[in-house]
Design a protein around this ligand. Structure first.
Ligand SMILES: [Zn+2]
Length: 158
């Protein structure tokens, strides 16, 4: 299942990518662009806009309505509605910034590309495979928070 998120859902887009889902983010505000793109690319439209959601239903475009409450609640809601996996798997994970796949890279290869302290502290690094992005990732201090949010989402977003 592939997705298209509307311009209000940047946060949830990054989360779904981190969890390995194929999500395109469409900052364009007009409904026509969002509906056409969903239809042409065969993506389920994720939107926080009730009117757009209704319009999608009327036009026969697959759509799901989310309320951006907490991240955990939103993920939980999506997982129930769409039977989405919300486990983190490093082999499936995608670049939160651009949505491309990421791969594990050898530590020496990132030496010039991450802060000195980060290089010393961490052993494992991943890189985005999209040359235009090529971001480097590691399990930094935010990692605990990510695990916590995923655990909360799995418990129904409390
Ligand atoms: Zn990327």
């Amino acid at each position: 299942m592939r997705f298209l998120a509307d311009g209000m859902l940047g946060n949830i887009t990054r989360w779904l990518r981190l969890l390995g889902h194929d999500v395109e983010y469409e900052p364009a505000k007009d409904d026509r662009t969002l509906l056409n793109r969903s239809r042409i690319e065969g993506r389920v439209l994720i939107t926080a806009d009730m009117e757009l959601f209704r319009l999608a239903k009327r036009r026969g475009v697959d759509a799901v309505l989310v309320k951006e409450t907490s991240t955990a609640q939103t993920l939980s809601r999506l997982s129930k509605k769409l039977k989405l996996r919300i486990d983190f798997d490093e082999l499936e994970s995608r670049c939160p910034t651009c949505g491309s796949t990421i791969v594990r890279v050898a530590k020496p290869s990132v030496r010039e590309r991450v802060p000195e302290g980060t290089y010393r502290r961490y052993m494992r690094f991943w890189a985005c495979t999209n040359p235009a992005c090529s971001k480097i990732y590691w399990r930094g201090s935010h990692w605990k928070r990510i695990r916590k949010t995923i655990a909360e989402a799995k418990q129904g977003g409390v």
